[in-house]
Design a protein around this ligand. Structure first.
Ligand code: DAH
Length: 346
């Protein structure tokens, strides 16, 4: 056996190898079941005793030579592969970062939360009521009997006969809360919620909109309590220099009834396009709870008095954030959504 020759062959083959797969094929060629070195090894049986030792050493020499070369080549091929991979998957850190679209709270919700927080700090509970409502709560208990012309003003979605409807206002929650207290306790509650009317949708009307109802029932409550409450709300939402005024109005469930105006936060009374040059902006309907409503809902009007109010939530948000179309709140157009650079977001 010519060790040198075999080793030269091995070196030549391994040197010419380009891939790990090829290298492994050579391994099989030499060390596999019928491999060249394996065969040399098995021939040892045929070798005479005197020559066995030397023959064995030669085979081992070849095997060691092969193994060393193999390991070396394997290592360098693996390294090459890794480098290639790193090169291919290289990240160009000089590329500008992708912009991330971050969600932002709906500003309608923001307004509602602001009003909720303020009124909760004044001792009001936030309550909920059903959007699918009975005619009784939406109208009758609120002093609007069947056939009353005031029902026409609120084009109502009726769901079943004349009894089940989509509430056209959040005022029915007043009746629900009063009835649940059985005429025994003072009440301070607000109820923000969706309401529905058969309006054609335009920039200031939507068939679905949101109101924030408020009700306070206690003893010796007067219009001045309502005024004071409104002053606080107006200052909180529109700034310390905001003042309020009441104008006489008419609602069936309040007597007297008022329209509540705030001084225009934009022009401070001078007149601008937001306040239509009047210096004032109407934000809510309100009044002293009608004795009939108290009576209908289990409160003795000789003992209890109260005030109620109803804000249009979209109107508040539109005024506060300068939005000029109510439909903006309800479509899914994301063009207005805020886009941040990642850097900015952090
Ligand atoms: N429910 C009235 C509406 O939808 C708003 C309103 C006015 C609510 C006066 C009240 C109130 O509680 O006292 O136009």
């Amino acid at each position: 056996m010519n060790v040198q020759e075999i080793c030269n062959q091995i070196k030549e083959k391994i040197d010419s190898v380009k891939t790990i797969q090829e290298l492994n094929n050579i391994k099989v060629e030499y060390l596999g079941k019928n491999g060249i070195i394996t065969e040399l090894q098995s021939k040892i049986k045929e070798i005479s005793n005197e020559e066995k030792k030397e023959y064995g050493m030669k085979v081992n020499e070849v095997r060691t030579y092969f193994n060393n070369l193999y390991e070396e080549k394997n290592k360098s091929l693996e390294e090459e592969l890794l480098n290639q991979k790193l090169e291919n998957e290289k990240i160009d850190i000089t590329l500008p970062a992708t912009k991330v679209r971050v969600g932002a709270p709906n500003i309608l919700e923001c307004i509602v939360e602001e009003v909720e927080e303020l009124l909760m700090s004044m001792g009001y509970d936030v309550v909920d009521g059903p959007e699918v409502e009975e005619d009784r709560f939406n109208f009758e208990l609120l002093n609007i009997p069947k056939g009353h012309p005031a029902r026409d003003a609120q084009d109502t979605f009726y769901l079943k006969d004349d009894e089940i409807l989509l509430r056209s206002q959040t005022s029915p929650v007043q009746a629900r809360v009063m009835l649940s207290k059985e005429g025994k306790e003072p009440i301070r509650m607000i109820c923000p919620g969706k309401t529905y009317r058969r309006d054609d949708d335009d920039a200031t009307h939507s068939h679905q909109f949101m109101q924030i109802e408020g009700l306070l029932v206690d003893k010796d409550i007067s219009l001045s309590d309502l005024k004071g409450t409104f002053d606080v709300i107006a200052k909180k939402l529109f700034g310390e220099d905001c003042v309020t005024r009441f104008r006489p109005s008419y609602y069936q469930f309040t007597e007297p009834s008022v329209e509540t105006d705030i001084s225009c936060f934009n022009c401070h009374g001078k007149g601008c396009n937001i306040c239509k040059n009047t210096g004032w902006i109407t934000v809510a309907g309100a009044g002293i709870v009608h004795p009939n409503v108290l009576k209908n809902c289990g409160y003795d009007p000789e003992v209890w008095t109260g005030f109620a109010f109803g804000f249009g939530a979209e109107r508040l948000a539109m005024l506060k954030y300068g939005i000029n179309d109510i439909r903006t709140f309800y479509n899914t157009d994301l063009r207005e959504s805020i886009t941040f650079d990642r850097k900015e977001a952090e």
